[in-house]
Design a protein around this ligand. Structure first.
Ligand code: IPM
Ligand code: MG
Length: 364
């Protein structure tokens, strides 16, 4: 029997509620499949760890992750620690340290979800945003000087490398090629940013030559926001820089009905390092500890994790279970206007997984 080693890092806030729920779903799946199982190791890194040790994760933390097949991550963020400390000390450290340069964010309107775009049919919104995940506006290059003086100055440099841009564009073209519409929109801002973004556009055009069957176009990031709202069906696969995609993916999640549903994968496509899967909603302190966080973003991230492991059928079964559950408004959490708890939704998804395994056995 195959054994997959999975690291769980709940992190902060509702991460501590949704990651155990995700683990529960993976365990229910393994029990029902009887073809593989998971060996979990939990890491208690995050805000509490910081209060005790002065760092978000230990110095040899990355090493402990190297032997894993995948990582399931909750969120990093603590009301008593500056956001740039929690982010750089944990999530970015892992994404950059394990060279997870492709951040993949699928968005669809799942059954039963009341999304805000009233003129759009559910099937009109089916996007995957590919976010450059290791450089650009998040390069961390910059500085501050003359602090506290009137002449204070600060810079955040957006740094793009040819290798970094080529590899994310190639990943996006390949992903677009694998989807039925074979359509890629390259988000840019080369009208105003006349150096790195111009190189970004040029490299997109070069990589496009390798994919003659993919239709592609450029779109300015500001125009893209309007287009996502007005003509959602005109988009399919989207590639953007770190910050542009960060912003567009929140818009995408909101247009699909809730931040609580949206998943993401931080992927190292060459598989030199483990990839990391997480809901995009963040730590959500306003609802932490109440047991009402929506675990669907984590469950969809679990689907992406399974796909990454090559367990396509199992992934499809979990996705179907999720969709069966979202279709029932009685199983909607507060973010979707419902009253269901995290535990209720988790239980319902696990039950669906068990039921679909039984149905499979009967057919066989
Ligand atoms: C995301 C998040 C993070 C980001 C935050 C928590 C810093 O918004 O994954 O989109 O901006 O990268
Ligand atoms: Mg974001």
């Amino acid at each position: 029997m195959k054994i997959y080693r999975v690291a769980t890092i709940p992190g902060d806030g509702i991460g501590k509620e949704v990651i155990p729920a995700g683990q529960q779903v993976l365990e229910a799946l393994a029990t029902s499949e009887n073809a593989f199982r998971f060996e979990f190791e939990n890491f208690d890194w995050g805000g509490d760890y910081y209060r005790e040790h002065g760092v978000m994760m230990p110095a040899n933390g990355l090493e402990a992750l190297l032997t894993k097949d995948a990582i399931l991550f909750g969120s990093a963020g603590d009301p008593h620690i500056p956001d740039h400390v929690t982010l750089w000390g944990l999530r970015l450290k892992i994404c950059q340290g394990l060279d997870q340069y492709a951040n993949v964010r699928p968005t669809r309107i799942l059954p039963g979800i009341d999304a805000p775009l009233k003129r759009c049919a559910a099937e009109d919104l089916n996007w995957v945003i590919v976010r450059e995940n290791t450089e650009g506006e998040y390069s961390g290059v910059g500085g501050r000087m003359h602090q506290g003086h009137p002449i204070e100055v600060a810079t955040d440099l957006s740094l793009m490398t040819r290798v970094g841009v080529e590899r994310i564009q190639r990943y996006a073209f390949r992903l677009a090629q694998s989807r039925p519409r074979k359509l890629l929109t390259v988000i840019t801002k080369s009208n105003a940013q006349r150096h790195a973004m111009v190189m970004w556009d040029e490299i997109a055009a070069e990589i496009a030559q390798e994919f003659p069957d993919v239709r592609w176009e450029k779109e300015l990031v500001d125009a893209a926001t309007a287009r996502m709202v007005n003509r959602p069906a005109s988009l399919d696969t989207i590639v953007a820089t770190n910050l542009h995609a960060d912003i567009l993916s929140d818009l995408a999640a909101a247009l699909a009905g809730s931040m609580g549903i949206a998943p993401t994968g931080n992927i190292n496509p060459e598989r030199m390092y483990p990839s990391m899967f997480e809901p995009i909603h963040g730590s959500a302190f306003d609802i932490m500890g109440k047991g009402i966080a929506n675990p669907v973003g984590t469950f969809w991230s679990v689907v992406m994790l399974l796909e990454h492991l090559g367990e396509m059928e199992a992934a499809a079964r979990v996705m179907q279970a999720i969709e069966d559950v979202t279709a029932n408004p009685a199983l909607h959490t507060a973010d979707l206007g419902g009253t269901a708890t995290t535990a209720m939704v988790t239980e319902a998804v696990c039950t669906q997984i068990a039921a679909s395994a039984k149905a499979q056995l009967t057919v066989a």
